[in-house]
Ligand binder design. Structure first.
Ligand code: M6R
Length: 621
């Protein structure tokens, strides 16, 4: 998590730093700061415990100028969200400024040693340790062969300090004595260098670079970039100087415009007809009643030989994986296992030779998912990414994959990425199915259902007014249950997560029948249960579960897919969505659940797009 930006050139650094931090704020937003080398000399630092907007106001009151600068927006790991703990951190007696993303595991022993040498710490962070450690190494480097003041001392100081770190970092450093030098280094936390003309940029991802340059260098782990206004060198820890691979920034730009919507989350909910259409585009092969994918990087023979699939991810992406399990097992008859990436990473399950592993991730930067994929890849398995952000770490490291093409998702609560993930997983299930037993006719039927999705989702959005009224009735509840079965069990989990994360109401998702094994004890007249009860194979069963809740006085909000008299007679509120086959119901049913959480969060005065304690991209373990 956390966002880093850096600038070296001849212009004032601040405008790029502030706009970059605004675009990176989705990575963390509890405190922010920037540091520049003042034109008169010496390092200036402005930090706030708060949002980038607060930092901007502080800079309006007292400007920080300079053509060399770094900035940071933080998601706290070590130490509370205070001004002292905000980055950049000063190393030594004002020798350097540093912004760091990641976690330094051995920071306590390093801190102890540095304190013994007289370094005074102002923060509780692990990052300040890195700043002082580089300062200490710089003192040593400058004292020996490079005492002539060449930037080599700075480079060596950073290299020496990095060799002592255990953990993860993406960091950028600037020195008081080097007005034309930024050093950026990566191990586990992404960094991109933007190549300009007589100016260069650094950022945690490409979003800050849009509009500033189209030429970029993704740093890989153990690489360090020595960045001067007219020159960039990339050094690898083991290989020495390497030729940087300059790529062109994809046309996927950050659309920072709310286009009249009150929040990005709402905008992204309303974008779903289009984002689903984009996920489908060019991937349906009607002639062969199947789907097609360009980037799986497996031969047809290898695809037919797959004996098992592991789907892994975190949060909403893990919920998508659960739907994927139902889809692939039903349509393709391939055994699927779903693993939390954070568990897969350390669990070491036996994985057979003919198993492929899909990492599902919107951002492509989630540390747990990245680590899990690396671990299975190390063991020789083919890894695939189902990912939204083009060029992200996971997209680059996987052996192949499928992009969602959902466009930038800025709201912390994932909405359109979820429905796009489900759309792609449905197509993958169709594709794997057609390589095996699935008939041509079944393939055709699935394609026609998939094609109807964008317009059905468009229609579903019409329930917004009704959902708003329901939200007003239940916004004061302190507990919610979300219940569904079969394909809609993961939908229930996703509905509960949406409510929890943006409205701070406790909510649990359960398979509707599982409720009677414990959670039913929570049912009372103050605890609404949201039942997802469209027509389908488990309709009667869910209806029985709904009756069990009503019999205990629990209010019921039901999601149905026709003018359902039975449910309407029982439920306290009913939301109608369009009819679609079971396997695509989660895509349509997710819409009212997203809207319900949005409306409730608004009524409770919550910050919908930036809920407390969260970040869009979770790049720490
Ligand atoms: O970018 P990813 O899909 O890998 O992110 C995984 C989770 O952090 C993410 O889905 C999170 O649960 C969302 N805030 C849920 O809305």
């Amino acid at each position: 998590m956390c966002g880093i930006v850096g600038y070296v050139g001849s212009k004032d650094a601040c405008p790029f730093l502030i706009s970059g931090l605004q675009r990176l704020e989705y990575r963390g937003y509890d405190s922010a700061g920037i540091s520049t080398l003042r034109p008169t000399g010496g390092l200036g630092v402005t930090k706030v415990a708060g949002r980038v907007a607060d930092l901007d106001s502080a800079l309006q009151r007292q400007a920080l100028t300079g053509a060399l600068g770094i900035g940071h927006t933080r998601w706290a790991t070590h130490g509370a969200a205070t001004e002292d703990n905000a980055h950049p951190h000063i190393g030594g007696q004002g020798i350097l400024s540093l912004a760091h993303n990641g976690v330094i595991e051995n920071y306590e022993s390093l801190k102890f040693a540095l304190q013994a040498k007289g370094y005074a710490f102002r923060s509780q962070t692990d990052s300040e340790v890195v700043a002082h450690l580089i300062a200490d190494c710089f003192k040593n480097a400058a004292a020996d062969q490079h005492g002539d003041g060449s930037v080599q001392s700075g480079i060596e100081a950073v290299q020496e300090a990095l060799s002592q770190l255990r953990g993860t970092y993406g960091l950028v450093v600037m020195f008081r004595d080097y007005p034309d030098l930024l050093i950026a280094a990566r191990c586990g936390s992404p960094l991109v260098v933007g190549v300009g003309k007589d100016e260069q940029f650094v950022a945690s991802d490409t979003s800050p670079l849009v509009g500033f340059t189209e030429r970029i260098i993704y740093l890989a782990d153990h690489q360090l970039a020595v960045i001067r206004s007219n020159n960039i060198q990339v050094l690898h820890r083991d290989q020495g100087r390497i030729r940087p691979d300059i790529q062109t920034l994809s046309s996927q730009t950050v659309d920072a415009n709310l286009e009249g919507y009150g929040h990005y989350m709402l905008k992204e909910i309303y974008e779903q007809p289009e984002s689903i259409q984009n996920a489908l585009r060019g991937r349906l092969d009607k002639d062969n009643a199947t789907a097609k994918f360009g980037g799986l990087n497996l031969t047809t023979q290898q695809l037919r030989g797959i004996q098992r699939i592991i789907l892994t991810g975190c949060g909403t992406s893990w919920h998508s994986a659960l739907v994927g399990e139902y889809l692939i097992e039903e349509l393709a008859r391939i055994p699927v296992e779903v693993e939390y990436a954070s568990e897969l990473r350390y669990r070491n399950p036996p994985v057979d030779h003919d198993t492929i592993v899909f990492g599902i991730t919107q951002s492509g930067e989630t540390a747990d998912t990245l680590a899990a994929l690396r671990e299975v890849k190390r063991k020789g398995h083919h890894t695939l990414a189902l990912c939204n952000v083009i060029g992200s770490s996971i997209a680059q490291e996987a052996d192949g994959g499928v992009y969602l093409h959902a466009g930038p998702e800025i709201g912390v609560a994932s909405t359109k990425a979820f429905t796009s993930q489900l759309t792609v997983l449905s197509m993958l299930a169709l594709y794997f199915g057609r390589l095996r037993h699935l008939s041509f006719e079944a393939g055709q039927r699935i394609i026609s259902q998939l094609e109807s999705l964008p317009s059905l989702v468009e229609k579903t959005l019409e329930c917004h007014g009704q959902v708003k009224e329901i939200a007003e009735r239940y916004a004061d509840a302190t507990n919610f249950l979300y219940l569904g079965r079969n394909y809609n069990f993961p939908t229930a989990l996703e509905g509960a997560l949406k409510l929890k994360e943006i409205s701070y109401i406790h909510a649990e998702g359960y398979p509707a029948a599982e409720m009677k094994h414990g959670p039913i004890a929570l049912v009372d007249e103050r605890t609404p249960s949201v039942f997802i009860v469209p027509q389908g194979t488990v309709y009667d069963k869910v209806l029985s579960n709904l009756q069990e809740v009503k019999a205990r006085g629990g209010p019921v909000i039901a999601i149905v897919d026709h003018d359902d008299r039975q449910v309407t007679n029982l439920a306290d509120a009913v939301i109608q969505i369009p009819q679609i086959e079971d396997f695509l119901q989660p895509i349509v049913a997710a819409i009212p659940l997203q809207l319900l959480s949005y409306e409730i969060a608004l009524l409770r005065g919550c910050d919908v797009d930036k809920p407390r304690n969260l970040a869009k991209s979770v790049t720490v373990e």
